[in-house]
Write a protein that binds this ligand. Structure first.
Ligand SMILES: NC(=O)C1=CN([C@@H]2O[C@H](COP(=O)(O)OP(=O)(O)OC[C@H]3O[C@@H](n4cnc5c(N)ncnc54)[C@H](OP(=O)(O)O)[C@@H]3O)[C@@H](O)[C@H]2O)C=CC1
Ligand SMILES: CC[C@](O)(C(C)=O)C(=O)O
Ligand SMILES: [Mg+2]
Ligand SMILES: [Mg+2]
Length: 336
């Protein structure tokens, strides 16, 4: 392997052991970072806006809560984990005035630094630690004794310690249990946006939806279509995750494996890959970021319309009913 991978044995927590870490927000990533860091023996304060509905949840989890301003004043490392579209305003109003020399400003995704929407002063460290997975899973795997692969980047090294602090932070959230890689703000931002749009979220959901609709429109029962094109995805992906394509193909029938080779390229065609290249181009040029921020600034009219459309789709209606009858699923409520 060409890239240097960092594991627990390579990284010390000492660069942040005596520091206070402010986690700004208590959503998907923030609740996991705050609890994992605390459980790794580090000092954490959660910074929340006034009247935040998350305050009782964070306190119930045993975390100390302060205003965003006070958390920034007190802390040495300030990790900004609120939605990307909200970060510049919160940064300008509540963080920048208290971000004194020698502190570190940190991110879970490089969006606002890479696209120039936040410009920190020269005398602070700037780094990112981006777990490669959803926040709720970051917490779940940590509690299970496992970890989530994560990547880190230093954007600005004012103290000379930014890299060691970033690596220690990655260890604190459990990243080095699974493997941590160094990257740049540009590489993290562009690959993360590409992955979530083309494969992980946009690609997977639209593949499932198209498969489900094809079966239902052909007259098959929606419940069978749901099990076939959605529920079973996890079982197949679990095998890919643990054993790669070959391991998954070892478990499926020869009939399925033959169909996989013959039909896969008819579904994901050269045209699909050409479109992926266009998608990457829009990310690299900043077009996607501009479109996203424009929708956000208008109150997300496009995103809200899509959410509503999908909520009413037969796939979601049938899925909700079927999942309700699988008690082993409903036990795993999301904490925030
Ligand atoms: N979701 C994920 O798994 C991943 C996210 N990331 C990155 O992590 C960062 C956080 O994303 P994510 O965890 O999804 O965020 P969430 O949408 O879950 O963040 C919700 C939190 O943000 C707070 N918040 C929202 N708006 C404001 C505001 N205007 N002022 C103050 N606080 C606000 C909420 O406050 P309140 O509680 O008061 O409502 C809540 O605590 C982003 O940079 C994202 O790209 C990176 C990897 C994966
Ligand atoms: C895949 C989506 C993600 O990039 C993530 C969970 O890693 C995100 O922005 O939420
Ligand atoms: Mg991601
Ligand atoms: Mg992302």
């Amino acid at each position: 392997m060409a890239a240097k991978m960092y594991y627990d044995r390579d990284v010390s927590l000492s660069p942040i052991e005596d520091k206070l870490i402010a986690i700004i927000g208590y959503g998907s990533q923030a609740h996991a970072h705050a609890q994992n860091l605390r459980d790794s023996g580090l000092n954490v304060v959660v910074g929340l806006r006034e009247g935040s509905p998350s305050r009782p949840k964070a306190e119930q989890a045993g975390l100390r809560v302060a205003s965003i301003e006070d958390a920034t004043k007190e802390a040495d490392v300030i990790m900004l984990l609120i939605p990307d579209e909200t970060q510049p305003q919160v940064y300008e109003e509540s963080i920048a005035p208290h971000l004194t020399a020698g502190k570190a400003l940190a991110f879970g995704h490089g969006f606002n630094i890479h696209f120039g929407r936040i410009k920190p002063p020269q005398d602070v460290d700037v780094f990112l630690v981006a777990p490669k997975g959803p926040g709720h899973m970051l917490r779940r795997v940590y509690v299970d004794g496992a970890g989530m692969p994560s990547i880190f980047a230093v954007g600005q090294d004012a103290t000379g310690n930014a890299r060691d602090i970033a690596l220690a932070y990655a260890r604190g959230i459990g990243g080095t249990r699974a493997g941590v890689l160094e990257t740049t703000f540009k590489e993290e931002t562009e690959t993360d946006l590409f992955g979530e749009q083309s494969v992980l979220c946009g690609g997977v959901t639209h593949l499932i939806q198209a498969g489900f609709e094809t079966l239902v429109e052909a007259g098959y029962q929606p419940e069978i279509a749901y099990f076939e094109t959605l529920h079973e995805v996890k079982l197949i992906v679990d095998l890919i995750y643990e054993k790669g394509f070959e391991g998954m193909r070892h478990s499926i029938s020869n009939t399925a494996e033959y169909g996989d080779y013959v039909t896969g390229p008819r579904i994901i065609t050269g045209e699909t890959k050409a479109t992926m290249k266009d998608v990457l181009g829009d990310i690299q040029s900043g077009k996607f970021a501009r479109d996203f921020i424009e929708d956000a600034e208008g109150g997300f009219p496009y995103m809200k319309e899509q959410r509503k459309k999908m909520r009413d789709h037969t796939l979601e209606v049938v899925g909700k009913e079927l999942r309700g009858k699988m008690p082993f699923l409903s036990k795993q409520e999301l904490e925030v």
